[in-house]
Design a protein around this ligand. Structure first.
Ligand code: PMP
Length: 324
């Protein structure tokens, strides 16, 4: 039986009581359609990030926003460039939007942005940089990203997927929402699924300049962000300080896992750690399963372990200690 769900990079803590109260109230109005323009949440996000409202596009999770973006920019066969391994939704969404995936291998578990820039062709429709990267937890620096962006033609959009931004502690890693201000072709992606703990409700958003935002908005499905998601996201922004304390606890646990694990572990800027176990991957994942811990195995490569509660992390530490 799974006692600890550490396979999907979720927040180990349930929504705050204040958020649950708002959800219970919103449940009383579920006979009505949600606010189609997501007015209150977009207002709150615009104030939070100090950006114009017109620069924000919401969707059903950040995956929903990525789908809209790909739909908007990929023509038949258009190339979508991204590092690999990275988030599995990129190949899937590229395929369903009839694009062509161009995968550039990670180098020592990090984005090889020079090789990605070399891989740009006249057919490149979109480049994606996952920062920090899922599944390795590694992050590119401001200097690396700026050098890459300088090499991307102005007509090619770059999606900077910052699903795990709140867990970043390395000051060299840029905040995309600062960077986008001087980069009209940069689309920054954020989500309420991770640090804000609302994965089941499906709400995410992009921040981008007017023209790029308008292109994404053009393909958005009406009523894509449901009423419960809008209310809970707003309430979570209002309780941000409390939620960020939980993020801090996860970061501390990440650092504890990183230093205490008896197997190799890649330093992470996200809410998960990557164990490059190669041939030992399956044995480790099976031992975790026997201990009631679900982790994500990439056979032959490694295991991705979401940082959980201290109790869950202790269970992972015990498995690792027994295997060595
Ligand atoms: N981007 C990355 C890099 C992810 O790892 C994930 C979730 N696994 C997402 C986006 C999806 O998040 P959401 O729940 O907002 O669709």
């Amino acid at each position: 039986m799974t006692r600890h769900a550490l396979a999907a990079n979720e927040n180990p803590y349930p929504p705050l009581p204040s958020v649950r109260t708002v959800l219970a109230e919103a449940a009383g109005g579920l006979n009505r359609y949600p606010d189609r323009t997501v007015t209150d949440l977009v207002d709150a996000l615009a104030a939070r990030h100090r950006v114009p409202r017109s620069h924000i596009v919401t969707g059903a999770g950040s995956v929903g926003v990525t789908h809209h973006l790909l739909h908007a920019v990929v023509r038949d066969g258009g190339e979508v460039l991204y590092a690999w391994p990275s988030f599995e939704a990129y190949p899937h969404l590229t395929e369903i939007c009839r694009g062509t995936s161009v995968r550039v291998p990670l180098r020592e578990e990090r984005h090889d942005l020079a090789a990605m820039a070399d891989a740009i062709t006249p057919h490149t429709a979109l480049a994606i940089v996952c920062n920090p990267n899922n599944p390795t937890g590694t992050a590119v620096t401001r200097a690396e990203l700026e050098a890459f962006l300088d090499r991307v033609p102005e007509n090619v959009l770059v999606l900077l997927d910052e699903a795990y931004r709140e867990f970043v502690r390395d000051p060299e890693v840029p905040d995309g929402i600062e960077l986008y201000r001087s980069r009209p072709n940069l689309v920054v992606l954020r989500t309420f699924s991770k640090a804000y703990g609302l994965a089941a409700l499906r709400v995410g958003y992009a921040v981008a300049h007017e023209e790029a935002a308008a292109r994404i908005r053009h393909t958005v499905v009406p009523f894509g962000v449901n009423a419960l998601a809008q209310s809970a996201a707003l309430a979570s922004l209002a309780a941000e300080d409390e939620l960020l304390e939980r993020v801090e606890a996860v970061v501390k646990e990440r650092d504890r896992l990183t230093s205490a694990l008896a197997v190799p572990v890649t330093p992470s800027e996200a809410n998960f750690v990557w164990l490059p176990l190669g041939e030992r991957t399956t044995a480790f994942a099976q031992a975790c399963a026997r201990a009631g811990v679900a982790v994500r195995a990439f056979p032959g490569e490694g295991v991705r372990v979401t940082v959980g509660t201290p109790e869950a992390n202790d269970a992972v530490l015990r498995v690792a200690a027994q295997l060595t």
